[in-house]
Write a protein that binds this ligand. Structure first.
Ligand code: ARG
Ligand code: ZN
Length: 846
């Protein structure tokens, strides 16, 4: 069935306290639950969610229920109103579950002999009978019995002995934030003293043998705690903060109260095994989960339609954190690249949905880039509209007003209205309307008055045919003929479908810098000359728009090449001067020199009404890279040398930026030196960033076979590094080889496909090889679909998530379209297909 936002009803009982006892055993764990309930309305039946549970006993106030007192179904248990006492009562159940057989990795499951949980969104119903909905918040007391040395749950430890431990969490929480971990684990310990003087014990728990890769994670927790105090005035609220790394995990990480559980790839790092990119992500995700303590745990969501209330806001917070820890403008550009390549792509296809959807079949399918990253952009726009101080005041009000509550987007908007005195009803459309607005710009200069005119429009998305205009904050600055800033940044607030803004008293026609900092998640359409782009690339004071000018030049050049038009040399001319420009951050230059991804180019071509040809796009990108290398070999080579980082590896932004630029140069230089520098770097490198960077270059040249074999042998016992081995070779190999190579890799004994990281490493690598995945004969599609079909019965969530690789089918020619649709239909026709994957295929097929 489908769940609708409009069907929301409050739960008819309050649940203030829960006591859980776990008697752990791989095949037969017993869960005893004691729920203290009181009715909020007379005569209501008591419904508890529960799936795949074997009911052993059920009693109310100590009296066993008779079979006629309740109804058991596949999805839960309902106690008849007549069997319930008038006032408050205690419900006790005992169930049996089998964590070892739980391959879906949702609820209580086992990973390498360790027990762990993942309950968001609706996993708790696989642990015990319970009102599994976020608006039911209770205090939890937990007893764990089991033969594991470390037994963890949320909150504070209140007792332990041989084979047991008890935990008490003073903060009321919904059950999706419950966690349990039991295993043979070792901790790296640290402390943090909060601003009011609370001393917090910090532990990073990992499997024995991994403890030499935990320092960075521990430091990241400390930095997160400090930053949330400074940036938002938020203090940690327990004496203990535990973080556990797990090898089998469907997603990135989970913010369980006081016991965050992480995919090990977002915890473990050492210079030899993790790249600069890994370090940055680890810090960002550790921040993300920690920041959820206030935006998620203390203030949670009323129902799952409100998911972006916590996720959009928390992504915004983690982005701000990384921006402060590293280079702000570079982080902003990286975030916009990710938004456009993932979220704009989602918005443009059959899976488009608003940040706050209003119906779903399977909520796990809505942990999307629209909810997360677009949700973060919406928060960013609020900050732009209110200004820094106004935003902080609104956030303070949000925490003060809603602490301890389960809230909605309406509550959130109301806070911003009350704090600012503004009417934000039009702004709210960003939450309820799907699709990326397009903003068409025209300009006029006339007697000292410069007029910018905008027209906004949003294409229909599934279920939403018409799109009323939104409030769009457009940050604009005007540049004079010498590149000086004539009019500094101001935020224009567009509210109409068409609207003009005038700037008076200008001596000459200015050059506009529009949408500075990417002030709104829109597609800007502007007829502009390559000259003007080159001008902005050289002079704009706004780093984002400076980069944007260069990337637009590259994009237009590539598109012209795919269409066989004369592309000119504007891009190559303009970029040349910047390669060695020491006044620019190396990380920024690395971004400037990075050619747009093939998928991005395909997206742009389709958005402009064309048909994307993956082979032509691949060829154009190769050619442009070759031209760039040939034309600027000297500057690239000098920059490559100049960016060498001396001394021991450090994952900080500064050396990481130099390595990034160095590797971009290396990749281009390989097209003129046949990989000589890459060979040398691979041999000399003492860190994974450079080894993998050099190896990647050699893979692209088809010169890596021997090294790949040696790399595999060297790292075969390190799963995270082996994941990289899978991904890199499949993502970067020549496209015509991708499908065969994928098949070979799938037959490798190291392809442990039941592990989500390993499965994603191969499949994600294949879909990242744009021309390889979209090979004309459909071999890429077939291989991919075969594996989704195979994974679905075991792990529907991961299978459904990966099916989004097919969301772009409408961009391509009839032959490819038909082949993708045929694969989707084949998947849809599988008997016993999961609800997750069947919802996805239905939506993908439209
Ligand atoms: N709340 C977690 C986070 O963003 C992610 C949970 C994902 N759950 C899911 N069913 N996909 O930090
Ligand atoms: Zn989150």
């Amino acid at each position: 069935g489908t769940t609708y936002l409009s069907d929301y009803r409050p739960y008819p009982f309050t649940l203030d306290r829960v006591a859980l006892t776990f008697r752990l055993a791989p095949k037969a764990t017993r869960v005893m639950a004691k729920l203290h309930l009181s009715p909020r309305e007379a005569g209501a039946a008591l419904h508890l969610d529960g799936e795949q549970l074997k009911l052993i006993s059920i009693a109310i106030d100590g009296q066993a229920l008779k079979p006629a007192d309740y109804l058991l179904s596949d999805t839960g248990l309902t106690v008849h109103p007549a069997a319930l006492p008038e006032g408050e009562f205690t419900l006790e159940t005992e169930v049996e579950i089998a964590p070892e057989d739980n391959t879906a990795l949702e609820g209580l499951y086992m990973s390498n002999g360790m027990y762990c949980t993942q309950n968001e969104a609706e996993g708790f119903r696989k642990i015990t009978f319970y009102p599994d909905r976020p608006d039911v918040m209770a205090r939890f007391h937990v007893r764990i019995e089991g033969d594991k040395p470390v037994l963890l749950s949320n909150g504070n430890p209140v007792g332990q002995g041989e084979g047991w431990a008890e935990w008490d969490d003073p903060w009321p929480k919904p059950c999706y934030l419950f966690a349990l971990v039991a295993g043979d684990l070792v901790a790296t310990h640290g402390t943090f003293t909060t601003m009011s003087g609370r001393k917090v014990d910090l532990n990073v728990w990992v499997r024995p043998g991994d403890e030499d890769r935990t320092d960075y994670a521990l430091g990241a927790i400390q930095r997160s705690m400090k930053w949330d105090e400074e940036a938002f005035g938020r203090e940690y609220d327990l004496d203990l903060f535990n973080l556990v790394a797990v090898g089998d995990f469907n997603m990135g990480a989970m913010e369980n109260k006081g016991l965050n559980i992480f995919n090990s790839k977002l915890v473990l790092a050492s210079p030899e095994t993790a790249t600069d990119f890994d370090y940055e992500r680890i810090e960002g995700v550790i921040g993300h989960e920690y920041f959820h303590n206030w935006t998620g745990d203390r203030i949670t969501c009323r129902d799952w339609f409100q998911l972006c209330l916590k996720e959009g806001l928390t992504v915004f917070r983690d982005q701000s954190f990384t921006s402060d820890m590293r280079l702000g403008p570079v982080k902003r550009i990286e975030d916009v690249i990710a938004l456009r390549t993932r979220q704009f792509r989602e918005d443009a296809g059959p899976l488009a949905h608003p940040p706050r959807p209003d119906h779903y079949r399977e909520i796990n399918n809505f942990y999307t880039t629209t909810v997360y990253e677009k949700g973060a952009e919406v928060v960013r726009m609020l900050k732009t509209l209110l200004g820094d101080a106004g935003f902080r005041a609104a956030m303070d009000l949000y925490f003060a007003r809603h602490d301890g509550q389960a809230c909605t987007i309406e509550d959130w908007i109301k806070v911003f209205e009350d704090a600012s005195g503004r009417d934000l009803s039009q702004f709210k459309r960003w939450y309820t309307d799907a699709g990326t607005p397009h903003l068409k710009v025209s300009e006029r200069f006339d007697g000292g008055t410069y007029t910018l005119s905008f027209r906004q429009s949003t294409r229909p998305t599934p279920g939403q045919d018409t799109k009323p205009p939104r409030l769009i904050p457009i940050a604009v600055g005007l540049l004079g003929p010498n590149g000086d800033e004539l009019v500094p940044t101001q935020v224009l607030e567009m509210t109409e479908a068409e609207q003009s803004f005038r700037f008076e008293g200008l001596g000459a026609k200015p050059v506009p810098s529009i949408l500075r900092g990417f002030s709104a998640p829109v597609v800007l359409e502007r007829e502009t000359s390559a000259e003007e782009r080159a001008f902005l690339l050289a002079h704009d004071s706004d780093a984002f728009n400076r980069w944007e000018a260069g990337s637009a030049l590259a994009r237009d050049t590539l598109i012209a090449m795919t269409e066989g038009r004369d592309a000119g040399s504007d891009y190559l001319d303009a970029i040349g001067m910047l390669i060695g420009d020491e006044s620019l951050d190396p990380a920024f230059r690395a971004l400037l020199l990075r050619l747009p991804f093939e998928d991005e180019i395909a997206q742009t071509i389709a958005t402009r009404g064309g048909v994307a040809d993956p082979d032509a796009i691949h060829a154009a990108r190769e050619t442009l890279a070759r031209d760039l290398a040939a034309r600027h070999e000297a500057a690239l080579s000098a920059t490559y040398e100049a960016c060498a980082v001396a001394g021991p590896y450090a994952p900080d932004a500064e050396p990481a930026g130099r390595r990034a630029l160095r590797l971009v140069c290396l990749k281009l230089l390989a097209l003129v030196d046949a990989g000589a520098r890459a060979e040398a770097l691979y041999t000399a490198a003492d860190n994974m960033t450079e080894s993998l960077g050099a190896l990647s270059v050699l893979i692209g040249l088809g010169k890596a076979e021997g090294k790949l074999a040696a790399f595999r042998a060297k790292w075969q016992d390190n799963p995270l590094v082996i994941d990289k081995w899978f991904t890199t070779q499949i993502a970067l190999c020549p496209p015509e080889e991708a499908a065969e190579r994928a098949a070979t890799l799938a037959a490798d004994p190291l392809f442990n496909w039941k592990n989500p990281n390993r499965f994603r490493a191969l499949m994600g690598g294949l879909s990242a090889n744009h021309a390889g995945f979209h090979r004309k004969d459909g071999a890429g599609y077939r291989f991919y679909a075969d594996w989704l079909i195979r994974l679905d019965p075991l792990n529907p969530q991961t299978a459904a998530r990966l099916s989004t690789a097919f969301e772009t089918w409408a961009r391509y020619d009839a032959g490819r379209k038909e082949k993708i649709r045929a694969e989707l239909s084949r998947i849809a026709g599988q008997p016993g297909l999961s609800r997750d994957l069947s919802e996805m295929t239905a939506r993908l097929l439209g």
